[in-house]
Design a protein around this ligand. Sequence first.
Ligand code: HEM
Ligand SMILES: *[C@@H]1O[C@H](CO)[C@@H](O)[C@H](O)[C@H]1NC(C)=O
Length: 428
Amino acid sequence: MKTTTQALLILACTAAVSSAYPFMAEPGAADHYLRQARSLHSSGAADVEVKRALGFDAGLQRVDVSGAHAFVAPGSGDRRGPCPGLNALANHGYLPHNGITTLAQAVEATNTVYGMGVDLATFLSAYATLIDGDPLSLTWSIGGEQSSLLSLTGLLKNPQGLSGSHNKYESDSSPTRGDSFTHGGDVDSLQLDMFQHLYGLQPGDSGGNYDLGVLTEQARWSIQKSRAENPNFFWGPFSGIIVSQAAFSFIPAFMSNHSAEHPEGILDQNVLKSFFAVSGTQGKLSYRKGYERIPDNWYRRPIGIDYTIPGYTVDNNLIQLQVPERLAVGGNMGSVNSFAGVDLSDLTGGVYNLQSLAQGNNAVCLAYTSLLTLTPDILKGTLVDVVGVVNNIVGQYITPQFASLNCPSVKYYNKDVFRQFPGARGAF
Ligand code: HEM
Ligand SMILES: *[C@@H]1O[C@H](CO)[C@@H](O)[C@H](O)[C@H]1NC(C)=O
């Protein structure tokens, strides 16, 4: 993509990016993890093995939840949305308490508190800025709509935030959030029956471990439930096969508590409930919306083995090899259990097919290709100059994160294949 240098773009971007983006220059950790993850792939527990090898440092891994980072519940004007990881950051002052973050703040907070790789965090935050945020001020909302300076001109629509990003970011078949269509558009609230299902995958109320294998079972249950209950279920090539899997793998990768005895991390019932704003015991759980909380005495991933795009790719393939429904792009045709798949070859002019999608970087590459074709909220207005800003964000923050994957180029991408699905709004 070429950057169109226009007055607007220079104005908008110099202010916000001038801090030169210090976290971008840290490539070593990703490569290191990728090599180790690949060699351990067959064990099905790459992340676990790598963490064991690295050990534990209580001083460095303990996350401060006191003083400026003490839990403060959101007030009525504060935005919270479908992502418990981000909601917790805002509740603890690692992100602005009002739930509107800059592109850079979200990268720094997710990297510092959870050990999310700078590549992954930069891509996720830049994509949020672009697709449902304000690309001019480089800000976005972790929940509902935010106002944008440009929308005051009346020419542009307000950015809709993560809560309003159905099929562009937010997706059906999440771990604990309901599908948009069957929940009247409420994709933010945890559904207790879904959480109870996840919680019940480990017995009792203590001593469990919600690891990737457990989350893979929840992923299977959740997509079968969506196909069986949501007539408008839709599973897109970006929101479905990548973002939604991430929602599952992020739970053990980022929420586990680490210790000297268990440097690989353990995610037990109490820690899981705290991050999901749930209390109570098996069968008697209750949810307090907006109260996602980082537990006291909680120790994050080891410093130096951030969870990167290549590391995530390994986990994504592991889930999809075991749950093939999660690879199948397509949707229900207006009634339950009427799933029809899209021929990926038709979608991509022959570059991808279902058979090889769970191998190597294919799924992540297809998602990367697809995301570049989605329409940012802000472009739904008529101000042509914004195109330059969009291209700049893609070129500066998104494309570089995928360079090492050597994704094949797709010359022909036919989004019309999605028009047949009643629930595909936003996906084309
Ligand atoms: C810039 C960083 C991030 C962005 C832009 C982001 C965005 C999102 C979005 C759009 C969803 C909805 C996906 C869906 O509908 O399935 C989501 C869900 C989720 N995110 Fe995040 N996220 C980020 C970081 C994190 C982190 C650091 C964690 C973990 C600590 C996390 C954990 C989750 C989980 C567990 C869900 C699924 C919620 C559920 O349905 O139960 N995310 N995130
Ligand atoms: C994390 O693990 C350590 C060591 O076992 C323990 O002392 C601490 O209480 C745990 N934290 C949480 C939130 O469970």
